[in-house]
Design a protein around this ligand. Structure first.
Ligand code: MN
Length: 735
């Protein structure tokens, strides 16, 4: 077990002025509260926070980070509460631990939602303090290193999450070393067989590859010296298993065809010119492979990575990659944003640290904020994860503005992405694009080296269709944001018109209310809305009835006096017709006759199924509630005839699954549940839930929830259950 004094010594070496007493106190506190707890390996739990702190000390982080590493699990896993931690260790550490605990604590969400929420929270937490993510990554790394004691399923699940979220974030932050180790450990745990096979294959070739690498290094060393090119170190490696595996799978090639199976790296002193000089020597010795040369020094990757890459053909036709960079660039390639911190810190002191943190925060913000900008926590989480993955693994395309500025975009990007990357305004008003001087469609995929000119028109607006042609989160979010605003503007306008119409019926001037900001606001507040505009929008969305708003405006007495309902006017129906043009709401599967895209909900009492006869009822707040025509509640709804509307099933493009609960009454004998579930599975129907019971009078009651597409499908399921021996009756039940 690592000793706390070793950790303290590391911190003292890196930061002579560090307050190591804080670390010691954190250690005792952690030891005391984790006392008696064990890890899956049987070791004392304390090993984990100690190792995490050690990783953080190796990263040369400050004493606050190292102490937080020691304390990171106390709130999550012991009885210690945040307030107590705050009183012992102050606000800063309490805030960091709180950030970490929150990331760990997201339950009751689907897996995708949890992941999306995790990333979102992490990104937001990081932006306030990047140390949260550095500590989280260290925590994850240690857990990944020591997962051999967990069950294989759990290992695979944690590893998948690491691969989906933590490795990409490490990559995004330029932390190459972290990323590599996380990926290889995940690979090993998710695909143990393939990992073993590949490892064996590489191991078999290793002696041969090492020999080749040895010779290459020797040649480079001699030639650099002959040419008086200074260098610090020449490293070599055989490709990591995970990235090798990905390449083999993606390009469907064999190991022998991988260009960078082996690679050497030349580290030069810190002079930006030296890598280029060394490169000329390399290209002089071996023939470079065309198009494999990349200059990440002139154009750094946006995760700050800088290096020259080239692939050459060695003796015997063996291709290999050469990376050339300065010491400082190398450091940043391995440690990413964490390296930035220590590099800048020549004079140590609290103030410098704060400035450093601030600078680091800005860098992290630039790298990660586009991922969450303008995203709404309620929007589709899967979409969010998708765009995150796209943005985190950029297969970059470099395009240029006519002025020669480089715009880096993920592969698949179009001029629309390009326009938004320049500036949101440019994106919003973009009407066309030229590539290399020629007009091209906006959906054109950009290629490396394209010179792109964006054509804009002052009052032009984004189009919903653009969502199909963008790949960057920034463009997508802006377009969505714009559509949402547009819808709101339309519904406010519509709400205004509905209210005007209603006022006409009451024979009062619409201006009386519409021009009275204070009164509108007062009524809005009554509905729990903050502004008059919100009230109009709510009317426009069909959530609030204009008639009721007028009621609140006029007061009960006046309202009754002027009420046109008495004259048997069908206010609701006519008001409803005006809602026609409202866009963008509603459930795809149901259309309201004569009206486009209205908000519809399925009635809970009868849960109508595609194919069944249905009827719509205008309900306050819920839009149109759709019932089965035979639902027992429909007859009572018929009292308000003018609220009934015709609805029908829309043609649906995708098959939509609906859950339906069935209750089978059976003879009480063994094997009934199995018989029924088998019958359902036989006709390839999903079962969401199944349970068996026996009634007082010895009748078997079996309840199953099945997933069906429509009425026909359900009928098939019912008849298959009816044919199971022992089944007496099957009926559909609704909640
Ligand atoms: Mn932990």
């Amino acid at each position: 077990m690592i000793r706390i004094e070793d950790i303290i010594e590391k911190v003292e070496n890196n930061r002579p002025n560090a307050d190591v007493d804080l670390i010691r106190r954190a250690y005792f506190f952690s030891a005391m509260h984790h006392r008696g707890q064990k890890r899956a390996s049987g070791e004392p739990y304390l090993v984990h926070p100690l190792e995490v702190a050690n990783i953080l000390a190796d990263m040369r982080l400050d004493e606050v980070s190292v102490s937080t590493g020691l304390l990171h699990d106390v709130v999550e896993d012991t009885l210690v509460e945040l307030d107590m931690l705050r009183s012992y260790f102050g606000d800063e550490i309490a805030r960091l631990v709180d950030g970490l605990t929150k990331i760990a604590h997201i339950s009751n969400l689907s897996k995708e939602k949890q992941q999306a929420e995790n990333v979102r929270k992490m990104v937001l937490a990081m932006i306030t303090d990047v140390r949260v993510v550095l500590i989280k990554l260290a925590d994850r790394l240690h857990n990944m290193r020591t997962m051999q004691f967990l069950k294989p399923e759990k290992r695979a699940r944690i590893s998948q999450e690491t691969l989906d979220i933590y490795a990409p974030i490490a990559h995004r932050l330029g932390m190459g070393k972290f990323r590599s180790e996380l990926e290889d450990l995940s690979f090993q745990n998710i695909y143990p067989q393939e990992y073993k096979r590949l490892a064996k294959e590489v191991e078999a070739r290793r002696p041969e590859l090492e020999a080749i690498l040895g010779k290459i290094k020797e040649t480079i060393k001699t030639r650099l010296e002959e040419n008086d090119v200074p260098f610090v170190e020449i490293q070599s490696r055989v490709k990591r298993l995970y990235s090798l595996w990905r390449k083999l799978k993606k390009q469907k090639i064999s190991i022998g065809q991988v260009y960078d199976l082996i690679a050497v790296r030349i580290i030069t002193p810190n002079d930006k010119k030296l890598p280029y000089v060394a490169l000329s020597v390399i290209h002089d010795i071996w023939t470079p492979i065309p198009e494999r040369f990349k200059d990440w020094i002139a154009i750094p990757r946006d995760n700050l990575y800088q290096s020259l890459h080239t692939s050459v053909i060695g003796e015997g036709g063996q291709p290999f990659e050469v990376q050339i960079r300065t010491e400082e660039m190398h450091h940043i390639a391995e440690e990413g944003v964490a390296a930035h911190w220590k590099y800048k810190e020549s004079k140590l002191g609290k103030k410098d640290d704060d400035e450093n943190l601030d600078e680091l925060r800005k860098t992290v913000e630039k790298l990660l904020l586009p991922l969450v900008e303008n995203t709404n926590p309620n929007e589709d989480s899967e979409d969010f994860i998708e765009s995150l993955k796209l943005d985190l693994y950029p297969k970059d395309v470099y395009a240029f503005t006519p002025m020669g500025k480089v715009i880096q975009l993920p592969r698949g990007a179009t001029p629309i992405d390009f326009a938004y990357a320049i500036h949101s305004e440019v994106g919003d008003t973009c009407t066309g694009a030229k590539i290399g001087g020629r007009i091209v469609p906006l959906r054109t995929e950009l290629q490396n080296g394209d010179v792109v000119e964006i054509l804009t028109t002052a009052n032009s607006k984004p189009s919903r269709d653009w969502l199909n042609h963008v790949v960057t989160a920034k463009a997508r979010n802006r377009i969505r944001h714009w559509i949402a605003e547009q819808q709101r503007a339309e519904s406010i306008e519509l709400g205004r018109k509905l209210l005007e119409k209603e006022s006409d019926k009451f024979r009062i001037s619409p201006k009386k209310l519409l021009n009275n900001e204070d009164e509108l606001k007062r009524i809005a507040n009554e509905y729990g809305l903050s502004r008059g505009e919100d009230l109009l929008a709510s009317i426009g969305y069909g959530k609030t009835l204009p008639r009721n708003v007028l009621g609140k405006f006029l007061g009960a007495e006046k309202f009754a006096e002027l009420d046109p309902e008495k004259k048997k006017e069908t206010t609701l129906q006519s008001g409803f017709k005006a809602v026609k043009r409202l866009i963008g709401l509603g459930e795809d599967a149901i259309i309201v006759k004569g009206v486009d895209n209205l908000l519809t909900t399925r009635a809970r009492c009868c849960n109508p199924l595609r194919g069944e006869p249905i009827i719509g009822y205008i309900s306050l707040g819920k839009g149109i509630v759709v019932h089965n025509k035979n639902c027992k509640n429909v007859s009572s709804l018929m009292v308000n005839r003018d609220r009934i509307v015709d609805v029908e099933w829309a043609k649906s493009e995708k098959e939509e699954i609906q859950s339906v609960r069935l209750l089978a009454t059976t003879e009480n004998r063994t094997g009934m549940l199995a018989g029924i579930t088998n019958a359902i599975a036989e006709i390839k129907t999903g079962i969401r839930d199944a349970r068996a019971n026996v009634s007082k009078d010895d009748i078997g009651l079996i309840e199953v929830t099945v997933e069906v597409f429509d009425k026909k499908h359900l009928d098939k399921v019912v008849s298959s259950i009816e044919q199971v021996p022992g089944v007496i009756d099957v009926e559909r039940v609704n909640s």
